[in-house]
Write a protein that binds this ligand. Sequence first.
Ligand code: URA
Length: 278
Amino acid sequence: MADEERIVPMRLQKFLARAGAASRRGSENLMTAGRVTVNGKVVTELGSKVDPLVDEVAVDGVVVSLADGAVTLMLHKPAGLLTTMSDPFGRSTVAELVPTDRYPGLFPIGRLDQDTTGLLLFSTDGNLGNRLLHPRHHVLKRYVALVESMPTGEQLERLRAGIELDDGPTQPAEARLLSGEEARAARAVLQEPDPPEGSRQYRAAYQRKAARRHVVEIGLREGRKHQVKRMLEAIGHPVAALHRTAFGPLELGCLPRGAWRLLSAEEVATLHRVAGSE
Ligand code: URA
């Protein structure tokens, strides 16, 4: 399975839109009008791709870069939304919750599953996004997971040591069982699925099972698809709800569900530091 989606190389018109040169359509017009160069050569072909880390893109001779006037924000993603800026099937996406009118070119840094909630970063700075997701930088992502029944110490130790998944062994992870106030606080933000329909006995059996759920905190420095769910499934504790509490040095804190906030200059600088930007 692939690592979390990286954003290079990207289509030139997308790069221009993210850099704030024009809207996506306007960027296409700039290209077809012969006003865009990549490494000094005019590029009019709409399918052309560029690598923002390597290529120099200019409009009318003026170099544009993804970091110019960049905006970075965090969203408290609710369950039920896809992590994409548009969906060909018209399903709800995180784009509905972030201010794309005000900040054209915003894109999500990494991905949370449709049913996963919590901290999702967005930026107009493609460079920053790429660096934060690059496996070389080992940026820590922290989650709380509601799991079926209580994992043993030995099972959590297997997660800490690294566990074999169908796409290879995982790196050592942080894993601990939460209890007391920490577990209560985590349960308050975890969005548990609604109990299924069915007979009274069936629903009662489901509720008994749900009452045995426990909260585990997991910290990962890699970002494979469905990784937390697959790791917990592998130790015999399927995930009923998953929530990301931290991305690198940033914590979601008490940002309400569905709300976003701009990062401060200091927070952005800290992100650049963990992402190894100069
Ligand atoms: N791991 C998962 O399984 N799902 C997510 O959404 C994020 C990490």
